[in-house]
Design a protein around this ligand. Structure first.
Ligand code: ZN
Length: 391
């Protein structure tokens, strides 16, 4: 009986004490492994203290499993040092087994959204997402080299408070994330980039408007054309527009109802909602002008799948908009104009191209965008382009 239970738990060192409950299942256990000092490997140890560690373990057929492990504190009689015993498959100070984290990551790889994972396993969405990234990191470390995709997407993601940012590498022609590397500076990515095989075969790299990524691409992907990420460009425009609005009317720009209407894509507005915006704009005619301009600019930049000839006709329109921004005498609009100017080539290439790191683009607030981006990343492991449920 005990052997069957141990096989189910699948942690070779475990010695069962008792099992309680059905769902959740509480498994009381201790380690049967012989302990040696973690400092000097001596076997002459004295037990000084006990505590019970509650650890979440992988689900057994949809039932939640918690291990209640008796952990011991030892004093080494050889070197005199104290230490708490450690368990294979459980990291120190962690209340989830590695098997559990793998189970979560596996769900994510299969394309289950982090929202569903969070619900099924009763954990936070951010946690589910982090396990997924961690698993990707482990896989990337196990690989010695990787053949670059022809269409590469490079994007940064917030990882954890401790580890900061991570850079994801996507194969955009197959809509798959193929690697995650800790850090987002050239120094942090250098070792990884050097071991990438066939970098010279990369034709297109999609990045956000980051100077760091631009110089990385120029250095490591000599034959690639840089295309700016549509999702980030639209977001940048919206950020500058909101900044302008905030400077103009700090109170009105904080009104949630108004904010949600003005952020919304014009085609998603009802007649009443349009009237409400119009009424507000009567107080601020200059805001209306900038709003309409912003809509025009976004419409232009959302164009895709154009031929080279069609693009040639669009370029003067874009350059005219940039000029208008730079001459507007409005701080945030001038800044936007300068940024778009320095990225104009990369932005213009978006018209010929349909891929985006964010997969979806639109006029959402920053929070929703971040959630959706994370959401998109999880679903990216699908072979087919995932269908999104719109907000
Ligand atoms: Zn010792």
């Amino acid at each position: 009986m005990e052997i069957i239970a141990e096989q189910l738990i699948n942690l070779p060192w475990i010695e069962l004490v008792k099992v309680e409950g059905v769902n959740p299942l509480h498994i009381y256990a201790r380690s049967k492994k012989e302990r040696v000092c973690i400092h000097c490997q001596s076997k002459r140890l004295h037990i000084k203290d006990f505590k019970e560690r509650q650890i979440r373990h992988e689900n057994i057929s949809f039932r939640e499993v918690f291990l209640k492990i008796e952990a011991r504190k030892f004093k080494c009689l050889e070197c005199g040092k104290f230490f708490w015993e450690r368990f294979d498959g459980i990291l120190p100070h962690n209340n989830k087994t590695e098997a559990f984290r793998k189970q979560i990551a596996h769900q994510a790889f299969r394309g289950v959204t982090k929202k569903d994972i969070a619900k099924d396993y009763d954990i936070g969405e951010a946690t589910a997402y982090r396990y997924f990234l961690e698993e990707l990191l482990i896989k990337s470390k196990q690989r010695s080299g990787y053949q670059c995709p022809k269409v590469l997407g490079i994007d940064e993601h917030f990882f954890t408070k401790k580890k900061g940012y991570a850079t994801t590498f996507c194969d955009l022609s197959r809509n798959k994330v193929f690697d995650v590397v800790l850090g987002r500076s050239e120094k942090a990515l250098e070792v990884y980039l050097r071991k990438l095989e066939h970098r010279d075969k990369v034709k297109v790299v999609v990045i956000d408007l980051s100077q760091t990524y631009r110089s990385i691409v120029e250095k490591y992907f000599p034959n690639a054309k840089i295309v700016s990420d549509r999702f980030h460009v639209i977001r940048l425009i919206n950020i500058h527009f909101l900044k302008f609005w905030k400077d103009l009317d700090p109170v009105g720009s904080k009104n949630r109802g108004l904010l949600s209407l003005i952020r919304r894509h014009e085609k998603n507005l009802t007649k009443e909602q349009k009237q409400k915006i119009e009424k507000y704009f009567k107080q601020y005619p200059e805001l209306k002008a900038v709003y309409l301009f912003k809509q025009k600019l976004c419409r232009l930049l959302l164009i895709k799948h154009r031929t080279a000839k069609q693009c040639k006709n669009l370029i003067p329109v874009f350059l005219k908009y940039i000029k208008q921004l730079k001459e507007s005498m409005l701080d945030s609009m001038v800044t936007l104009g300068n940024t778009l100017d320095s990225w104009s080539e990369e932005v213009v290439r978006m018209w010929r191209f349909s891929k985006s790191n964010g997969i979806t683009e639109g006029f959402h607030n920053k929070m929703k965008m971040l959630v959706r981006r994370a959401y998109g990343l999880l679903s990216l492991s699908f072979d087919a382009i995932p269908k999104f449920v719109p907000y």
